[in-house]
Design a protein around this ligand. Structure first.
Ligand code: ADP
Length: 483
């Protein structure tokens, strides 16, 4: 079974969030199950030279982006036995950031068409193209409407995974012709039309053979008005093809027992070694070295992550006898807020505005509590990593947070963290205080941290679910051919 992952970011080459973690880890597991998986992604200028210098050019051709003829190079790189293809066009991808440019629509329209064209150039015809998020949303659509008239593409299936429904790739109507040479037939409610514009993600939701999303709770939520981002009607109509499969974490990267970023690796049976990491973090951030709860947040600084709740009760949080460190980048309003709070509460609160993978690992290891009060959360990897490092999550019960964190029940001792339900700052504050209270009940705390560390949030179960999905899709099409 041959599968192509088409994705806009992937560890270890480039990462802005959890999508890159998933693209870097799930294919490895699928390969172990016997799938020939290859990954195709843009060749960003900011990919480290250590990878770029060994990429081999496999093909060069031009891709039509509406009326433009754009250069496309395909470069191949093998990493840990996995084949990666990089789509090379410096005009589109040699930039400082991955996203957030005025021409993102054109950049990813190009990428989608380049992916489909490159299959012929490489003579690699996968059984399934597995697409991820809006950046690849037009692949299923173009495959169905344009490419399946070609023999080699005729049997190809597509799966589209929603990692975040909020970002859809909404472009003006003119993009239809200007970027894809598609006529007005496709500006229709059953096609790409979306409230007067066109929508890349909608293209995938109507055309993909199967749609998955990254947790069972988010799968239900996105069929409602509140979480559905105006696509809930379509998602509900396609519910027979919609599946929620929880993400896992790559335990080769996130494992406190072997993590080279840590001052002192540790194991669930030697949890006192975690303490050395806490002291190191306190020293690194010039906080007093003392035994009080250390709370961390490691996150994109956007409203999605519940930062408005944190801001609303920040002074009350600071009245507690705690230390807190935020590592994140994102919306300037939150970056400024946290910088200002550091200025004000510098002896107990620190903000590191930036993206730093090594520091993230040290914080997961050094903190006692991991705060993630998201407004919505498709899956969330932060809480899974935190659990693995014995750092107890405080979360809002939404999406994947709801599926992976069970609030501690003091009567039965069940649970692996702390949670609250309503998107309400004082509910969050109450839950933080509840967690702080148990920090001082050492038997409870030891029980909880050990439970957290022993949970299995690797890919082992979820990769099998994707594998089964692939197998069913492919065997269904074979049956069809036999008939
Ligand atoms: P999302 O994909 O919505 O950003 P996830 O929780 O699924 O959220 O994944 C976030 C990933 O990015 C985690 O691996 C987290 O540790 C990492 N991360 C987020 N912000 C930073 C940062 N500023 N520095 C280092 N790693 C970060």
């Amino acid at each position: 079974m041959k599968v192509l992952f088409a994705v806009s970011e992937c560890v270890p080459f480039i990462k802005s969030g959890g999508l890159a973690d998933v693209a870097g880890s799930l294919p490895k597991e699928l390969k172990n199950l016997g799938t020939d998986v290859r990954i195709m992604m843009p060749k960003y200028g900011t990919i480290p030279d250590q990878f770029k210098k060994d990429m081999k050019k496999k093909a060069e051709f031009t891709v039509e982006v509406g009326w433009r003829n754009q250069y496309c190079g395909i470069e191949e790189y093998t990493y840990q036995n996995m084949i990666y293809y990089f789509i090379d066009n410096e005009q589109y991808f040699k930039r400082d950031r991955l996203y957030g440019y005025d021409d993102d629509g054109e950049r990813f329209a190009y990428f989608n068409q380049a992916v489909l064209e490159s299959l012929a150039q490489l003579s690699f015809y996968p059984d399934i193209i597995h697409c991820h998020d809006w950046h690849t949303g037009m692949i299923p659509f173009l495959l169905k409407r344009r490419y399946q008239s070609r023999d080699e593409y005729a049997q190809m299936k597509t799966i589209f995974t929603i990692h975040n429904l909020q970002f859809q790739g909404i472009m003006p109507k003119e993009a239809l012709k200007d970027l894809f040479n598609l006529d007005d037939r496709y500006f229709h409610i059953d096609e790409l039309e979306f409230y007067g514009n066109i929508n890349f993600m909608k293209g995938a939701l109507i055309a993909a053979d199967k749609i998955t999303t990254v947790s069972p709770t988010y799968m239900s939520e996105i069929q409602t008005d509140y979480y559905g981002e105006k696509l809930n009607g379509l998602l509900t109509a396609r519910r027979a093809d919609l599946i929620g499969i929880l993400n896992g974490i790559d335990e080769e990267i996130y494992n406190p027992a072997y993590d080279a970023n840590l001052i002192q690796p540790y194991h669930s049976s030697l949890i006192q070694d975690k303490q050395t990491n806490k002291v190191h973090i306190q020293q690194r951030f010039a906080l007093d070295v003392k035994d009080i709860p250390l709370i961390t947040m490691i996150t994109r600084l956007t409203k999605q992550k519940g930062l408005e709740l944190v801001r609303a009760v920040f002074h009350e949080i600071m009245r507690e006898d705690i230390q807190m460190i935020v590592l994140g980048t994102g919306d300037p309003e939150f970056e400024h807020f946290f910088r200002e709070m550091e200025y004000r509460y510098g002896n107990k609160f620190k903000a590191y505005v930036g993206f730093d993978e090594g520091l993230a690992h040290q914080l997961y290891a050094g903190a006692d509590l991991f705060l993630m009060p998201s407004k919505f959360e498709p899956c969330g990897l932060g809480q899974l990593i935190a659990l693995k490092y014995g750092t107890l999550p405080i979360v809002r019960e939404t999406g994947g947070l709801n599926d992976t964190v069970q609030s501690f029940n003091e009567y039965t001792w069940d649970g692996n963290g702390f949670s609250f339900s309503n998107f309400n700052a004082h509910d969050m504050l109450y839950t933080i205080r509840r967690a702080l209270h148990f920090y001082y009940e050492r038997s409870v705390w030891t029980h909880l941290t050990e439970t957290a560390m022993l949970m299995n949030y690797s890919w082992s179960q979820s990769a099998v679910k994707y594998f089964e999905l692939y197998r069913n899709l492919v065997s269904r099409s074979e049956m069809y051919v036999l008939k």
